[in-house]
Design a protein around this ligand. Structure first.
Ligand SMILES: Cc1cc2nc3c(=O)[nH]c(=O)nc-3n(C[C@H](O)[C@H](O)[C@H](O)COP(=O)(O)OP(=O)(O)OC[C@H]3O[C@@H](n4cnc5c(N)ncnc54)[C@H](O)[C@@H]3O)c2cc1C
Length: 417
C-alpha cells in the first residue's frame, strides 16, 4: 500500500488540534489533521475563554470576532450556601482583555475550522488514528478511514466500518486526541493523578429571570458547583454529583422519541435542578423555565508524566485534565498548541534542535504541577480568612487563569504561591 506523507500530522480536531493545525498551516508547513468523528461538536462544553487565550487569539485577529459572539464576564463570585465569601475581578488584570468571554465550545470550534479552511486545510473527518511507529526521522501512523454500513433487515442499524487502513508518514505527530488519548496510550505515557474521578452534571436552561453577568461558584463542604451566564437568556448549572445522590436522586434521561414522555422527563429534570440549586445556592431565585440540554461528565485531575518524545508530542486534554469550573484544560491547551506549533516551525524551517520540544515539555509540566497543586499549592497570608484558607486547594482549579494571570487572581483571595 502506498504510504502517504506530510510534515506534521495532527490527531484530533478539537480546539487544541485545530489551533495547532492553523498555526502550522499559516506558517507554510504541510499539515494533515484527522478526526474519527464526522464534524465538530454541537455542545457548549468548555464555555469560557480566559484573558490569556484572548491575548493569544488576538495575535491571529481572532479575539474580536469571539468577543463579538460571546458574553463578557469580569467577575467570579465564590459562595458557600447562602453566603458570598469572596470574589475575584478579572478587570484588575489590566491589559487589552481584562475579562473572560463565555462562548459555547461548538461556536469556537466552528470558527477555528473555518479559519483552517481559509489556510487551505480541510479536516479529514472520519479518519481514526490507530497506531504509530517512530524512527529517527519520522512518525508513521496507521490511519483508518471510516464509513458506515446498514445492518438489520426490518429496522436498519448503522455500524461504523473501516473502509481502508493506510500508513501516514509525518516528520512530527501531534496527539491532540482528547482525554482518552490513544496517541498517549500508544506512546506508553503514564499520568500523575491528583485525586480520584469527580462526577458532575451540567444543565443548560432558560431561567425565568435574567441572571447577572458573573460566574458564581458554590464551594460547600461536600461539593463544587458553578452557575454560568451563557449567551442570550441561557444559563448553565454544573453540580458535582455526590455518591449518595447518584444512585437515588438523579433523574433518568429519556432515550425514546415520544413527545409526551419527553415532556414529563424534562419537567422532572427541571424540578431536580431547582431543588438542588435551592439547597446548594439559596440565593438562586431566577428559577428554571425550560431545560435545553443536560449531560453528565467525569473530571479527573491529572497530567501526563511526559508530553512526548522525539517525533510525537501531546497537547490539550490528551496530556491533562482539571475540573470544570476554571476551564483550565482547554485554555492551557490552546497555549500549548501555540508553543508547540512555534517550536515545530523552528525545527522544520530554521533547523532548531529537537531539544526545543523537550524544553516545552519541562515548561508545560511545571505549569500543570502548579495548576494541580502538585508543587506546593496556594498558601494563605497571615490575614487570609478561614473560609479561603480551608478551601484554598479547591479554589485553585476554579480560577479562570494560568501562567502570569494565575498569581494576581489568587492574590485577590489572599493566597500566594
Ligand atoms: C460533556 C462534556 C462537558 C464538558 N464540560 C466542561 C466544562 O464545564 N468545563 C471545562 O473546562 N471543560 C469541559 N469539558 C472538557 C472540554 O470540552 C475539553 O477540555 C476540551 O474539549 C479539550 O480540547 P482538546 O482539543 O484538547 O480535546 P477534544 O476537544 O476532546 O478533542 C479531541 C478530538 O480528538 C478526536 N479523537 C479522539 N481519538 C481519536 C482517534 N483515535 N483518532 C482520531 N481522532 C480522535 C475526538 O473525536 C475529538 O474531536 C467538557 C467535555 C465534555 C465531553
Amino acid at each position: 500500500m502506498r504510504e502517504e506523507r506530510t510534515e506534521v500530522l495532527v490527531v484530533g480536531a478539537g480546539p487544541v488540534g485545530l489551533l495547532t493545525a492553523i498555526l502550522l498551516a499559516e506558517a507554510g508547513i504541510e499539515v494533515r489533521i484527522i478526526d474519527r468523528e464526522e464534524r465538530t461538536t454541537v455542545r457548549s462544553y468548555a464555555c469560557a475563554l480566559h484573558p490569556r487565550t484572548l491575548r493569544l487569539l488576538d495575535q491571529m485577529g481572532l479575539a474580536a470576532p469571539m468577543i463579538e459572539r460571546g458574553r463578557r464576564v469580569e467577575k467570579i463570585a465564590f459562595y458557600d450556601g447562602a453566603t458570598r465569601q469572596a470574589e475575584v475581578k478579572l478587570s484588575q488584570l489590566g491589559g487589552a482583555f481584562p475579562f473572560m468571554v463565555i462562548l459555547p465550545q461548538n461556536v469556537f470550534e466552528d470558527a477555528l475550522e473555518q479559519r483552517l479552511r481559509k489556510a487551505g486545510v480541510a479536516v479529514n473527518w472520519k479518519h481514526r488514528f490507530n497506531d504509530v511507529q517512530c524512527d529517527a526521522d519520522a512518525a508513521t501512523a496507521t490511519v483508518e478511514e471510516l464509513g458506515a454500513t446498514a445492518t438489520g433487515y426490518i429496522v436498519p442499524h448503522w455500524e461504523t466500518v473501516v473502509k481502508r487502513s493506510f500508513p501516514l508518514r509525518a516528520q512530527f505527530l501531534v496527539g491532540a486526541d482528547g482525554h482518552g488519548s490513544l496517541v498517549r496510550q500508544r506512546l506508553g505515557i503514564e499520568q500523575t493523578r491528583v485525586s480520584g474521578p469527580e462526577f458532575f452534571a451540567a444543565y443548560e436552561f432558560e431561567p425565568a429571570e435574567a441572571v447577572e453577568d458573573e460566574v458564581r461558584v458554590v464551594l460547600d463542604q461536600a461539593s463544587t458547583n458553578v452557575l454560568w451566564p451563557l449567551l442570550g437568556n441561557r444559563c448553565r448549572w454544573t453540580f458535582q454529583l455526590l455518591k449518595s445522590e447518584m444512585a437515588t436522586e438523579f433523574p433518568e434521561k429519556e432515550r425514546r422519541a415520544g413527545r409526551v414522555a419527553q415532556t414529563a422527563v424534562d419537567e422532572s429534570i427541571r424540578q431536580y435542578v431547582e431543588k438542588v440549586a435551592k439547597r446548594r445556592a439559596p440565593w438562586f431565585t431566577a428559577g428554571v423555565k425550560e431545560i435545553a440540554w443536560c449531560t453528565e461528565v467525569v473530571f479527573d485531575q491529572r497530567v501526563a508524566k511526559q508530553y512526548g518524545r522525539d517525533r510525537c508530542w501531546l497537547a490539550g486534554d490528551a496530556a491533562h485534565q482539571a475540573g470544570p469550573v476554571g476551564v483550565q484544560s482547554m485554555n492551557v491547551g490552546m497555549s500549548e498548541a501555540a508553543t508547540l506549533a512555534g517550536a515545530l516551525r523552528r525545527i522544520l524551517r530554521e533547523k532548531a534542535p529537537l531539544s526545543r520540544l523537550e524544553a516545552c515539555d519541562l515548561e508545560w509540566q511545571a505549569e500543570w504541577r502548579r495548576l494541580l497543586g502538585l508543587s506546593g499549592g496556594l498558601k494563605p497570608r497571615s490575614d487570609t480568612g478561614p473560609w479561603v484558607r480551608e478551601r484554598r486547594g479547591r479554589l485553585l482549579s476554579c480560577l479562570p487563569a494560568s501562567h502570569e494571570d494565575l498569581a494576581p487572581l489568587a492574590g485577590q483571595l489572599g493566597l500566594d504561591f
